[in-house]
Design a protein. Structure first.
Length: 382
């Protein structure tokens, strides 16, 4: 590999020698240039030769003048676009552009210090950002800087030297069984009766519900396969993607009311397809818009809000129906492992940690049941 050297003369800089060589960027694979500068030609030749040798030996030759902004936006984010979900790229991009670059974007990547990150986190907390969001910001920076270390762009990951704020454990809001009954009673009068039942009794995520297709339903066995979800991609678009985690790809059992609701929904959809004729765009979705395409998230949320108002129950988020499903299952004594599998959590520990407010009550019940059993045995023996 060879480089080029040129001489430059100016009133401000005097005589200077500049060297450069082109090579693939260690992160993106695109052609970039590494530059060196010296006051003499021989010094410039030496620096250029050393830079080429570092690159050929596997060390990074990334320009030391690169800023945090240039590294994150121009190199790191494009480099991960093909390795993570579009929703993850969007979330990382939002964190970088909205909460990071304003304070540390112009700092040279090689000069970034732990103090810079501490100052950044303090600034974000002072603006009202939650500790959980700042914790996520730290995780994104740690990943980005870790990749820079692995590619030998920098010598150390300064995020290792900073303690981020602790993630705040979110409060779980859920309807009680009476509220669920009222919601389902009202929901059964709407054209999304099947969706409300699967959400509350199956615990599917919003995107998973919108990504369901008729091929996912086994009516004879009463089973539903969760294979994909409608997720928000880059640029605000919505697209189909794999479940959030490997455990998110799962098959759950449906109760008889869900199967019945799905049969009625399919019959109504078939009638609508015949009525619209060529206008209907059959894409296989269970829950659709007026012409057969996937039901839009905004439309679903709006209808959910109307459902709450009509049922006269507490206002909760759409995602809280998933919490409601888990809470009711645990309260009814369903084994946490079964709840974990239905929700698609990675581990049963995650389920127990998320719903610890429920398990505290269950522990009291367990203590009473065991004590009653022992007392009954004692009395029988006496």
């Amino acid at each position: 590999m060879k480089g080029t050297i040129r001489k430059k003369v100016g009133e401000r800089i005097g005589v200077a020698w500049y060297g450069r060589f082109d090579h693939p960027d260690p992160l993106t694979g695109k052609r970039v240039a590494t530059r060196v500068k010296a006051s003499t030609r021989s010094e410039c030749e030496r620096l250029l030769r050393e830079a080429i040798q570092r690159f050929e030996s596997g060390q990074s030759s990334l320009d030391e003048r690169i800023t945090v902004r240039e590294y994150l936006v121009d190199r790191w984010l494009p480099s991960i676009a093909s390795t993570v979900r579009p929703a993850t790229v969007r979330r990382y991009t939002d964190i970088v552009k909205n909460h990071t670059l304003h304070l540390i974007g112009n700092i040279k990547l090689a000069k970034l210090s732990p103090l810079d990150l501490q100052r950044l986190y303090a600034d974000r907390l002072a603006t009202g950002l939650s500790p959980t969001t700042v914790h996520h910001q730290h995780a994104v920076l740690h990943r980005a800087l870790g990749q820079a270390v692995r590619m030998r762009v920098i010598d150390r990951n300064v995020a290792d030297l900073v303690d981020p704020p602790r993630r705040a454990k979110p409060d779980v809001t859920a309807w009680d069984v009476q509220e669920v009954a009222r919601v389902l009673a009202v929901g059964d009068t709407t054209d999304l009766a099947a969706l409300w039942r699967i959400a509350l009794l199956g615990g599917l995520r919003r995107g998973e519900l919108l990504g369901l297709m008729w091929e996912d339903v086994d009516f004879e066995r009463g089973m539903l396969a969760v294979r994909r979800g409608l997720i928000r991609g880059i640029g605000g678009t919505w697209e189909l993607g794999a479940p959030k985690t490997a455990s998110g790809r799962r098959t759950i059992a449906l109760d008889a009311s869900c199967v019945t609701a799905l049969r009625k929904h399919r019959a109504a959809q078939n009638a609508e397809r015949l009525r619209l004729g060529g206008v209907w765009q059959d894409q296989g979705f269970i829950f659709t818009n007026e012409t057969g395409g996937p039901l839009h998230v905004n439309s679903l949320v709006s209808r959910f809000q109307r459902l709450i108002a009509a049922a006269g129950v507490r206002v909760i988020r759409f995602h809280d129906m998933r919490h409601t499903c888990a809470t009711l299952a645990l309260v009814q004594g369903i084994h946490p492992k079964v709840v974990q599998e239905r929700l698609g959590h990675a581990t049963v520990a995650m389920t127990l940690d998320r719903y610890s407010h429920v398990t505290v009550g269950l522990q009291r019940d367990a203590a009473d049941v065991m004590a009653a059993a022992v007392e009954a045995a004692r009395q029988a023996a006496s």
